[in-house]
Design a protein around this ligand. Structure first.
Ligand code: NAP
Length: 538
């Protein structure tokens, strides 16, 4: 082991991003008595919940299963008002956490990181911010989120529009008045669905431009009464234990039966029950084979298609809302609250842009191949350059000047989704190849793992930690092999790295770890237990 170089660094660790990952990472690193600086582009904490202020933004995991679990006091103090809290409440929660643990004193806001360059002579990272300032540290931790780089459609004339236009993830802090306005929404993913169902009754007229319909299921939100609140709090230890055991850390567990191991009547009754229940149960708690077996999947797709036909009065509109190119749950399932009923309103129109494509945005609105629409407001619910997009925005250069962009040109390669060869002392939270699922549960695990590694380095006088090429190849192959046979990997979506609005993101990749969260944790625990001997340590 070589001796630590003498050097004068600004910080022991820099964390990029003050969302749920960055906040918790700061909290943990402080416990090690390290000097830490978090750089955050926004003006306050919250990450996803800071940026996504669009109307109707809310959880679709149960609030109580989504909050941090690391502090008993916090769990005791905080009360969620609804089973699926809205964005304002969640952002209040993030601020409450920041206040409670006095996090802001180590966070610098309005500080977008543009470059991160590893310096071998000092075994350190040099970070550059948008304002041109530089900051150095031993350890660099990215907490930049898998869905945080919004993308706008590449439609001619977009900048010529004279009305107001917003991307949902860059929503203004002041409320937008929709009264009497002619509004367009482009995009019908989880965000579009929440926006559309929320503003339909407020706007003068709403036109939804849909390219691909998504399968949606009812959220069944509700207020949490005092008795339920008491039960939730008393049940926290058991609920978090359960989240640790389930496949994707949700409170829902797949049914052990296959879809054809029951009679037609039983299957129908089971689907009916799931459709009537809260949250992701119909996705995460369904028959074990619906996401791997086409025929099994067809049974639930057929069930939900019938629900859409029942709920939407105009049969032509209903048919447009039923997905044809992918099965139920093979893209991230949007959860809805009377979304389909929106299309029964007189002031709402659905435009299928596969039939009548958008030709251009005009100063007055949107021109399709069929006609020109006039709008006061255009809302882009067009999603994100997901998973690797936020990495692409920062000029990451590792040992010997290795460019991350080049390294990941044909898809990410990682060690446990946490580290990359040639990028020593850099750790990623919720980057590619980690178990995502119910994200705060995964965040807490990853942060604790990274903290354990840094503690190990500190205790052993290590100044250089690097994943090996072999380790990266093995993990990347493992992640790819786990994706084989999953119907979701045969479908275009952000989950398979497709974004038609971004150059070079037209080919499907395996960017997500699709094994179980318990298996993921077991593998990472094993590495830690063996003294991180799979890493190159110096
Ligand atoms: P998304 O799922 O990627 O949906 C983007 C939508 O925009 C799609 O309908 C897409 O159509 C459409 N679109 C993109 N470019 C277009 C273009 N040029 N012309 C026409 N349509 C275009 O993005 P999202 O809805 O923002 O959701 C992303 C993820 O964020 C979700 O899957 C979820 O994981 C997360 N999210 C979570 C919550 C929550 O927890 N409460 C809420 C919202 C979002 P195509 O499908 O044809 O590409």
């Amino acid at each position: 082991m070589s001796a630590a170089p003498q050097l004068d660094l600004d910080y022991d660790a820099i964390v990029i991003g003050a969302g749920l990952s960055g906040m918790y990472q700061l909290y943990r690193l402080r416990e090690l008595d390290l000097s830490v600086r978090v750089f955050e582009a926004g003006t306050n904490v919250g990450g996803t919940w800071y940026w996504n202020r669009y109307p109707g933004a809310r959880f679709d995991s149960e609030s109580y299963s989504y909050g941090y679990s690391f502090s008993k006091e916090l769990l005791e103090e905080w009360e969620w008002s609804e089973h699926f809290a809205g964005q304002p409440e969640t952002l209040r929660y993030c601020n409450y956490v920041a206040d409670k643990f006095d996090l802001r004193r180590d966070i610098r806001f309005r500080s977008r990181v543009t470059a991160a360059i590893y310096q071998e002579d000092t075994r350190s990272w040099r970070i550059t911010l948008e304002d041109g300032s530089h900051h150095t540290c031993r350890f660099l931790i990215t907490a930049i989120g898998p869905l945080s780089t919004p993308t706008l459609p590449r439609i001619e004339g977009r900048d010529s529009f004279q009305g107001k236009s917003f991307h949902t993830a860059r929503w203004p802090h002041d409320p937008v008045d929709f009264t009497g306005k002619r509004v367009a929404v482009i995009g019908t993913g989880a965000t579009g669905v929440q926006t559309i169902q929320t503003i339909a009754s407020e706007v003068g007229h709403l036109t939804v431009f849909q390219r691909t319909p998504n399968w949606c299921a009812p959220l069944h939100n509700g207020k949490i009464d005092a008795e339920t609140q008491r039960k939730i709090k008393a049940g926290y230890p058991e609920m978090f234990r359960r989240c640790q055991e389930t496949f994707a850390c949700f409170i829902h567990t797949p049914d052990p039966r296959g879809a054809f191991e029951v009679s037609d009547e039983e299957r129908e009754a089971f689907y009916e029950k799931l459709y009537g229940e809260r949250g992701f149960g119909i996705w995460q708690g369904n028959f074990r084979d619906i996401l791997i077996d086409r025929k099994a999947n067809a049974t639930i797709s057929d069930f939900v298609a019938r629900k859409i036909r029942q709920r939407v009065k105009d049969p032509k509109v209903a048919e447009k809302l039923i997905p044809r190119n992918h099965g139920f749950g093979t893209r991230r399932l949007p959860l809805e609250t009377f979304y389909y009923e929106v299309y029964n309103r007189d002031n709402v129109e659905l435009v299928d842009i596969t039939e009548t494509p958008i030709e251009r945005i005009t100063p007055a609105g949107i021109k399709t191949s069929e006609r020109e629409f006039e709008f006061d407001i255009i809302i882009y619910a067009t999603g994100f350059d997901a998973i690797t997009g936020s990495f692409d925005k920062i000029d990451f250069r590792g040992a010997g000047g290795a460019l991350l962009k080049d390294k990941w040109k044909s898809g990410p390669s990682t060690y446990l989704g946490l580290m990359i060869d040639e990028f020593p002392n850099m750790m990623m939270l919720m980057g590619p190849h980690t178990a995502l699922g119910n994200i705060p549960r995964s965040i807490e695990y990853s942060v604790d793992w990274v903290t354990g590694l840094i503690r190990f380095a500190r205790d052993n006088g290590l100044t250089r930690l690097e994943a090996t090429r072999e380790g990266v190849d093995d993990w990347t192959d493992h992640v790819k092999s786990l994706g084989v046979g999953l119907l979701s990997n045969e479908v275009d979506s952000w989950m398979t790295g497709i974004n038609r609005n971004v150059e070079g993101k037209q080919t499907r990749i395996i960017a997500r770890y699709s094994g179980s969260a318990p298996a993921y944790r077991a593998r990472c625990d094993e590495v830690a237990a063996k003294g991180y001997d799979e890493l190159r340590l110096a």
